[in-house]
Ligand binder design. Sequence first.
Ligand SMILES: NC(=O)C1=CN([C@@H]2O[C@H](COP(=O)(O)OP(=O)(O)OC[C@H]3O[C@@H](n4cnc5c(N)ncnc54)[C@H](O)[C@@H]3O)[C@@H](O)[C@H]2O)C=CC1
Ligand SMILES: CC(=O)[C@](C)(O)C(=O)O
Ligand SMILES: [Mg+2]
Ligand SMILES: [Mg+2]
Length: 350
Amino acid sequence: MAKIDFGGVIEDVVTREEFTLEKAREVLKNETIAVIGYGVQGPAQALNMRDQGFNVIVGQSPEFKSDWDKAIADGFVPGETLFPVADAAKKGTIVQYLVSDAAQRILWPELKECLNEGDALYFSHGFSVTYKEQTGVIPPSNIDVILCAPKGSGTSVRRNFLAGAGINSSYSVFQDYTGRATERVLALGIAIGSGYLFPTTFEKEVYSDLTGERGVLMGALAGIMDAQYKVLRENGHSPSEAFNETVEELTQSLIRLVDEKGMDWMYANCSATAQRGALDWMPRFRDAVLPVFKQLYENVKSGKETQRVIQALSQPDYRNVLEAELNELGNSEIWKAGQAVRKLRPNHKE
Ligand SMILES: NC(=O)C1=CN([C@@H]2O[C@H](COP(=O)(O)OP(=O)(O)OC[C@H]3O[C@@H](n4cnc5c(N)ncnc54)[C@H](O)[C@@H]3O)[C@@H](O)[C@H]2O)C=CC1
Ligand SMILES: CC(=O)[C@](C)(O)C(=O)O
Ligand SMILES: [Mg+2]
Ligand SMILES: [Mg+2]
């Protein structure tokens, strides 16, 4: 493993140079990889693996018609490479469990009967295994249990792959029955198109992932945008002005500079006026939200967050509830204003 210095802390990382695609093909040459669930991660991982010459089949409940049809549109053939969940899981020597986390709990009694000695059960999230008291997902002892979690949306897993780039993933071995669990998970990580792979545990993966998506990546991001937009609007600024100063300038300019060379680089490319103010206000924002992040991590660790997910997602009308909530967000003034702002971009495609 390569030793890499992350800001003064040395960590192990597996790179594509070290664990090559050829090696991955060799490790997985006799495996049938059954991707169970054709939602967001399922298609991305299945297609990347298929494109790279791995033996992939898909397992999907036909009742989820749009996902079943999507698999067919992507070239999977019913009865040949596309099957109902149990049939695919029985055929697979590696079973990638990529239905939603809540569905993993529901399908588990059926799925576990399909696992044969020496199979590998693969997750892209530490959820089901870590919170086993809530999910009941306790794998049998005669299989490998592994994790490879791309650190991005399945949409980016596929797009980055097609663009010739990768997305980084974390990986872990929870149970090594065959003695091949590590090489299997690394080979799968490369097969799904990861740029590099860094080791974690199931528990660390799920704690950090749930914190990240509820925090900076999604929840906090939308929350602080909303707060700033509201204050600008209350002070008489127009929707376009408020949106531009809250979202558009970030996504079109400043976050790209952060992506390119870091926060100091973005600051360095802004005015001296902006730099002074941002440096002064940064600790105030940090200190204001620190208790919220601490509470968030506590809730994740104690199982409150996963309990909430399982409870909410098991309601029969949950899809409608979610759709209504997303519609409300999309139809709020800030994101309506965003739609109009995006239309003005010269390369507008929406
Ligand atoms: N969405 C993403 O980009 C990411 C997802 N993950 C993880 O990957 C795994 C899969 O997540 P997603 O792709 O988001 O899943 P998803 O929420 O899109 O669900 C996948 C598919 O599972 C099937 N399904 C759902 N409920 C079912 C049920 N009761 N019976 C039978 N089939 C059912 C549906 O066809 C659904 O489209 C999860 O563990 C998730 O945490 C990890 C990183 C990112
Ligand atoms: C895209 C990702 O990694 C998330 C945000 O954690 C998720 O979709 O669960
Ligand atoms: Mg994630
Ligand atoms: Mg997540």
